[in-house]
Design a protein around this ligand. Structure first.
Ligand SMILES: NC(=O)c1ccc[n+]([C@@H]2O[C@H](COP(=O)([O-])OP(=O)(O)OC[C@H]3O[C@@H](n4cnc5c(N)ncnc54)[C@H](O)[C@@H]3O)[C@@H](O)[C@H]2O)c1
Ligand SMILES: O=C(O)C[C@H](O)C(=O)O
Ligand SMILES: [Mg+2]
Length: 550
């Protein structure tokens, strides 16, 4: 699986070889390799192991003062030597993921054009390229197994930041390699620079300053893009990321029945929230049907999570309509109800959750109103409104149940509805909490309580890998829910009863192998797989992970 020195490499001269980020080993080139490939004199004479190189990185890392310095350091390292970069990430996963991924990637995106240092990572397609996208894809230098594409219109909770959002597909793809072992030379981050409605303040902004194209032009452009990708790399997985809810649902419906594609914010988030919620139920000795859910935020993430959780309640004797009655979605206009037809007409994705049973005169405008009315046992935050789960809200939720389940999923940390320590303090340690961005341990009565990051990073690498390995024609809801079950099950009963909601990040490769196997299993069962079925799916996934070694 690795892009090691090959015959093709031998045709590169020494200088090209050390400038090739996928083949470069720097001081780890052996003497023989140096002589064979014209490298003698081009690198310092010592020969080091990758472990020695990592040790040097560790010292340099400690010297860096700010998270942005660390972000830039890692970008440079990746640019110089991908193998060393991924070795460093995997050796220091808990320290480095919050830099290459949320929350620091969010801060980096906001300043992306300003901190830019000629990083050729991926492709940028703009409106003027309409009609030529297929030809332009030929400019990419390699085969591609997976693409993460954004249009920059809803980057984390930071809004429409246009081309600056490119850090997100880059970060997601780093996770595809860290998590599921995608070969980094075969992943492609793409930003569709179709303008931004926000005025980019920086004089260095690198994207189009125009507003967005009209709806017909926009959809025609995405159609052309999807068709071009399929024509150029017929077997690659296409992941949509951080598209505004205006388009996220519509594009998912448009392409999911004929393409190997999924939307991470809707489906990946639903998947990890379902896995985490299942474990929260195991931890609290409850069943999903015991719960009443309030969601703050009814966008791509909110409705994606609601739908995935509602499916947990469905059974032979319980329909999806009955399940949805457990849910109360609150958006910027208050509780989503059938009375607000204008809201539903503009946001069809909310309609299945619109309540039609609120007694006339009941106040449901604010979150507190709805909490008092619906008496939730679970609160889900996907609103981008920091601090919206206040002490009073948590206090009210604690009246309804011994152990309220509180997921504050908005990213980055600056947008989080409630921090872990606050949730513990306000609920006197009763709440079962998870957050979208990483949180430090909580101090509860002198004890350190570890925290769990309910983030789609646990599952999207395995979903993509499983779809790729099975050569699944499409990615179905059943595959996604099998992925959730595999992730939840990865935490054994004895851990769950202690309150462990998610597996440890250091096990991400193993978790991803199980998630990929679950996806493949369903792909074979449903007849969507074009690959031949291997005997042991988990082992097959493991065997097809790019190994981080020279
Ligand atoms: N943890 C994860 O894995 C994960 C995954 C996806 C999204 N997210 C995060 O969830 C957040 C929302 O993402 P999204 O894709 O759903 O965004 P979105 O723009 O589609 O939806 C945001 C929702 O919040 C609502 N909202 C805005 N202001 C509000 C207010 N004052 N009161 C109540 N509701 C309000 C909007 O009406 C909308 O329904 C983002 O911060 C994103 O980073 C986290
Ligand atoms: O990017 C993340 O950290 C998760 C999610 O996809 C998001 O949009 O917030
Ligand atoms: Mg996202």
């Amino acid at each position: 699986m690795n892009s090691r020195l090959t015959d093709e490499t031998i045709t590169m001269n020494g200088y090209e070889l050390i400038r090739n980020q996928f083949k470069n080993k720097d001081t780890a080139f052996t003497q023989e390799e140096r002589e064979a490939h014209g490298l003698v004199g081009l690198i310092p004479p010592c020969v080091e192991t990758i472990e020695q190189q990592v040790a040097r990185c560790e010292v340099q890392w400690k010297e860096l003062n700010t998270v942005m310095d660390k972000f830039i350091y890692l970008y440079h390292l990746q640019q110089a030597n991908e193998t060393l970069y991924f070795k460093f990430l995997l050796t220091h996963i808990e320290e480095t993921l919050p830099i290459v991924y949320t929350p620091t990637v969010g801060a980096a995106c906001v300043q992306y054009s300003d901190i830019w240092r000629s990083w050729p990572k991926g492709m940028y397609l703009n409106a003027s390229m309409a009609g030529s996208i297929r030809k332009i894809l030929d400019n990419w230098y390699n085969e591609v197994d997976i693409i993460v594409v954004t249009d920059g219109t809803r980057i984390l909770g930071l809004g429409d930041i246009g081309i600056n959002g490119h850090g997100i597909p880059v970060g997601k793809l780093a996770l595809y390699t860290v998590g599921a072992g995608f070969d980094p030379s075969r992943v492609l981050p793409i930003t569709l620079d179709l303008g931004t409605n926000n005025d980019p303040l920086s004089p260095f902004y690198m994207g189009s300053r125009d507003g967005h194209p009209d709806e017909d032009k926009y959809v025609a452009y995405i159609d052309e893009f999807v068709a071009a990708v399929k024509d150029k790399w017929s077997s690659c997985v296409l992941q949509f990321e951080d598209f505004s809810k205006v388009h996220a649902f519509e594009l998912l419906e448009r392409y999911r029945y004929e393409n190997r594609t999924f939307n991470d914010d809707i489906q990946g988030t639903g998947c990890i929230a379902a896995a985490t919620f299942v474990n929260a139920c195991r931890a609290t000795n409850t069943t999903p049907r015991d719960h009443r859910f309030i969601f703050l935020g009814a966008g791509a993430g909110g409705v994606g999570v609601a739908e995935a959780l509602a499916q947990l309640l469905v059974g032979p004797d319980y329909t999806i309509e009955q399940a949805r009655k457990h849910f109360y979605l609150v958006d910027s206009r208050g509780l989503v109800t059938t009375a607000d037809e204008a809201n539903l007409a503009a946001n069809e994705h909310k309609r299945p959750y619109a309540r039609d049973d609120v007694p006339a005169g009941t106040p449901v405008r604010t979150l507190m109103d709805v909490v008092k009315y619906a008496k939730p046992t679970a609160l889900m935050g996907l609103s981008t409104i920091p601090g919206s789960f206040t002490k009073e809200i948590i206090g009210e939720a604690c009246k309804n149940t011994e152990r309220p389940i509180i997921f504050a999923l908005s990213n980055p940390t600056s947008k989080c509805e409630i921090l872990a320590q606050q949730c513990s303090d306000y609920s006197h340690g009763k709440a079962v909490y998870a957050s979208g961005s990483p949180m430090p341990d909580v101090d509860f009565e002198g004890r350190k309580i570890p925290q769990y990051q309910c983030n789609n990073m646990y599952v999207f690498p395995g979903i993509g890998h499983g779809a790729m390995l099975a050569q699944a024609k499409i990615i179905t809801e059943e595959m996604i829910s099998a992925a959730a079950t595999a992730c939840a099950k990865y935490v054994p009963d004895e851990e769950v009863v202690k309150g462990v909601l998610l597996p440890r990040l250091k096990d991400i490769r193993e978790i991803s192998a199980h998630v990929a196997a679950a996806v493949m299993e369903v792909a074979f069962e449903q007849g969507h797989a074009m690959a031949e079925r291997p005997a042991d799916l988990v082992q097959y996934a493991r065997d097809h992970q790019w190994k981080v070694q020279y």
